[in-house]
Design a protein around this ligand. Sequence first.
Ligand code: ZN
Length: 189
Amino acid sequence: MSAPLHQDSSSLYENKWVFLAHSIALEQEAADRLHELAETMEVHNNRVLYELFTELAAYSETHAADIRELARAAGQGEPLPRFKAWEYFWPDDESPEMFHYARVHYLMSVEDALLTALAVEQDAESFYRNIAKCTGNPEVETLAEQFAKEEREHVLAISNRLSIVEAAAQNASSKVLNQTDFDPPHMPE
Ligand code: ZN
């Protein structure tokens, strides 16, 4: 199989190789974002979220490696097409590496961090769901459904943590009338 020259929605939905290449790119970008969030939480000395985001980043990395392995096994030595950033086609016209980057900064609150991680996982889930729904290729459909299910687990893990944080925040705000921390966190050298 030769790498397609033009990326469009039909090759993403119908061509297993194109789908797998996009999936790997998406998982790697998700891992990068989650690592950034983990580092931000480390600066805040938030051990619980540092561990949660590190774990989720590891899932994305494992997933990317699994998909690469899948592609290798199915391709019988045929290399997966490699695209330049601008050659990828993303359904929402928004590549994953662009998502929510502006929100990752050192003053980010715990809730912001969780919401950003949630968006990363939700974007991944809807990417796969959309492909599972629209593809006419049963092999791609099966894979995309399986990937979407895994992302759902991550969405739920973050949602659970978010409700704990929100409940704690409500509790705290009912006790403390106006407690705002304007101290910049300690930045590592
Ligand atoms: Zn995930």
